[in-house]
Design a protein around this ligand. Structure first.
Ligand code: NAD
Ligand code: LMR
Length: 324
């Protein structure tokens, strides 16, 4: 057995937290030989619900869980953290876009970025789930100047998993037979699920499906799936979001086995995306590092979609200039 690692989760008494904590505790994320100390953060009105969650975690008797702490103080929750899931923030309602949340949620990531900067492990890996996640990640990183931008990511894995689900359903196969479809850009309706190097049962997805469907119904279904779930469930996606957060952090921590995975991270100029914008790229992970796949040939359609996402993210960045 390894020594325990410290894993912080914010919004731990919320809907995503209620799925996420059990997946982390069971070993699905960091490995079945990796003990964890869970450091949970809530705001004061959530502390009683958090007590209940902690009671249930104790009642689950996970062998890998060495301790669970609950706090409303970010400095305490992030102390020594090796991995941090920034989930805590408000979800949208069905008449909102994700970007409409920036005024309510953006300020949360100022204080949390600073607390991560001052208290977390120097090697911490951060995933932002709370929406609008790309721009919230930008805010958190801007407020953590002593950490590397390579340590901050936002989640577009749910969008990738949705794309896999749609392709599998259309082809009449299982999700495991779909590889290397990935997401460009913002976790918003402008996102581009790119099938150009994807395979279905080993065959090129672009040969299996018609271009009209890939650029039409497929793109629309994946990019608006969050709203469709809110309408159907009366609440935003939770179990699938938690599962995607586990997939993202697991691949970062343990490697993606040469598969292409989607992660939003501060651009270093890849594909002409302005430096610093938190943008989803095709990535591979190995030895705890994320490597952007930077040599794909882009179709004109992909170039136009990337530009659309750059413009949307530049507008979000301007809207939060006072938080950076
Ligand atoms: P929820 O309302 O059920 O839970 C959020 C929890 O966060 C609440 O318990 C609340 O008390 C807590 N919280 C609020 N502010 C906090 C703060 N400053 N510090 C710590 N905790 C705080 O919401 P949810 O369904 O768990 O969703 C959480 C967020 O994740 C939302 O913003 C949602 O839009 C987003 N989300 C993102 C994705 C994605 O793919 N990136 C997918 C699903 C949901
Ligand atoms: C999702 O994609 O399900 C989440 O971002 C929730 C939302 O508001 O769409």
């Amino acid at each position: 057995m390894n020594a325990p690692i410290r894993v912080a989760v914010t919004g731990a008494a919320g809907n995503i937290g209620y799925s996420l904590l059990w997946r982390i505790a069971s070993g699905d994320c960091f490995g079945h030989d990796q003990p964890v100390i869970l450091q949970l953060l809530e705001i004061p009105p959530g502390m009683q619900r958090l007590q209940g969650v902690m009671m249930e975690l104790a009642d689950s008797a996970f062998p890998l869980v060495h301790a669970v702490t609950g706090s409303s103080d970010p400095a305490e929750a992030f102390a020594g953290a090796d991995a941090i899931f920034l989930v805590g923030s408000r979800p949208r309602s069905k008449d909102m876009d994700r970007a409409d949340l920036v005024a309510a949620n953006g300020p949360i990531f100022v204080g949390q970025g600073k607390a991560i900067n001052d208290n977390a492990s120097r090697d911490v890996k951060v995933i932002v789930v709370g929406n609008p996640c790309n721009t919230n990640c930008l805010i958190a990183k801007a407020n953590a100047p002593s950490l590397s931008s390579r340590q901050f990511t936002a989640m577009t894995r749910l969008d990738q998993n949705r794309a896999v689900g749609q392709l599998a359903q259309r082809a009449g196969t299982i999700a495991a037979n779909i590889e290397d479809v990935f997401i460009w850009g913002n976790h918003a309706n402008t996102m581009y699920p790119d099938p150009s190097v994807a395979t279905v049962d080993g065959k090129a997805a672009t040969d299996v499906f018609e271009a009209d469907w890939l650029q039409g119904e497929f793109l629309k279904t994946v990019s608006t799936r969050g709203k469709a779930i809110i309408v159907a469930r009366g609440a935003s996606s939770a179990a699938s979001a938690a599962s995607a957060a586990v997939d993202h952090m697991r691949d970062w921590w343990q490697g993606s086995d040469d598969r292409i995975v989607s992660m939003a991270l501060p651009s270093e100029g890849w594909y002409g995306v302005p430096e610093g914008l938190v943008f989803s790229f095709p990535c591979r992970c190995a030895n705890g590092e994320i490597h952007v796949v930077d040599d794909l040939e882009l179709t004109d359609f992909a170039k136009a979609k990337i530009q659309e996402n750059v413009e949307a993210l530049l507008a979000e960045r301007s809207a939060v200039a006072d938080l950076l």
